[in-house]
Write a protein that binds this ligand. Structure first.
Ligand SMILES: Nc1ncnc2c1ncn2[C@@H]1O[C@H](COP(=O)(O)OP(=O)(O)O)[C@@H](O)[C@H]1O
Ligand SMILES: Cc1ncc(COP(=O)(O)O)c(N)n1
Length: 273
């Protein structure tokens, strides 16, 4: 048995490198987990917005999945952008008996406002994939859609978390606080207890791919055998440093810095050359 831990991301691409598959693989690498990927959609996008999306044929998504699965079985899986019903149903079918941790980042709309999932597919992700999730990581707009009420306070984040676990069937959920006001407070609920992970709100527009990076980090830590709580705690630190030391690149919502946590303690100036 190999001691090397591996993780698989099933998602769309970001050729500008900050979100999607590219962000996931960079994060896996930083967390010393062997990264693998199955591409669902090829996206022409950058820090400014999404220019065009091409969905790969469903049988080819399946072939990519089988190529990985029949050779290197991952220790954990995550899904990001899954745009269509067909893709969701395929993935549900492929992973339902896998017995490994599964993290869902229910990507619906990019930071730029461009849709990354067909609106009609939202019910399908809720009904077919969520019940399989070890952890699901909605941002506030995604959580609002899943639970069908608006989220304005920490109590609302908690109520949404309860609904997502007890009514929608996820094992645990992190209702992220990036879209709230004030501190960035994420709420983890595992069906028994609430845990809160907070950071100061960093005043920056460099938030392209934060959700992808955060959920990829959780996946990597679960692959290494950490508990859900440990994985989320560590990932919150990872994403905070990635945002804090974000890179001076791009003309829009710039990328975060996947090696930011290594710079902890260094002055920010040192990385802004
Ligand atoms: N400005 C910010 N300052 C500090 N942390 C942030 C900020 N924006 C987002 N985060 C954190 O980044 C992660 C992703 O958050 P969020 O923006 O809610 O998700 P998404 O990228 O899916 O929209 C969460 O851990 C959140 O708390
Ligand atoms: C392929 C892909 N997946 C996910 C996101 C969301 O990232 P964000 O909302 O942080 O821009 C994205 N822009 N592209």
């Amino acid at each position: 048995m190999s001691h090397v831990k591996s993780a698989l991301t099933i998602a769309g691409t970001d050729p500008s490198g900050g979100a999607g598959i590219q962000a996931d693989l960079k994060t896996f690498q930083e967390r010393e987990v062997y990264g693998m990927s199955v591409i669902t959609s090829v996206v022409a996008q950058n820090t400014i917005g999404v220019q065009r999306v091409i969905h790969l044929p469903i049988d080819f998504i399946e072939e990519q999945f089988d190529a990985v699965w029949n050779d290197i079985k991952p220790n954990a899986i995550k899904t990001g952008m899954i745009a269509t019903n067909e893709m969701m149903k395929l993935i549900a079918h492929k992973i339902k008996d896998s017995q490994i941790p599964y993290v869902i980042d229910p990507v619906m709309i990019a930071k730029s406002g461009d849709p990354l999932m067909e609106e009609a597919s939202r019910a399908v992700i809720r009904d077919t994939l969520l019940p399989l999730a070890t952890v699901v990581t909605p941002n506030v707009p995604e959580a609002e859609w899943l639970v069908n009420f608006s989220i304005k306070t920490i109590e609302d984040q908690k109520e949404a978390a309860r609904v997502i676990v007890h009514q929608l069937g996820a094992q645990s959920v992190v209702v992220k606080g990036g879209h709230m006001e004030g501190e960035a407070k994420d709420v983890l609920y595992d069906g028994e207890a609430f845990h809160y992970f907070s950071s100061e709100r960093i005043d920056t527009h460099h938030t392209h791919g934060t959700g992808c990076t955060f959920s990829a980090c959780i996946t990597a830590e679960l692959a290494k055998g950490r508990t859900i709580k440990e994985s989320v705690e560590l990932s919150k630190r990872f994403i905070t440093d990635a945002i804090k030391y974000s890179l001076e690149l791009g003309k829009g919502n710039g990328p975060t810095n996947h090696w930011g946590y290594r710079l902890q303690g260094l002055p920010t100036k040192g990385v802004r050359q």
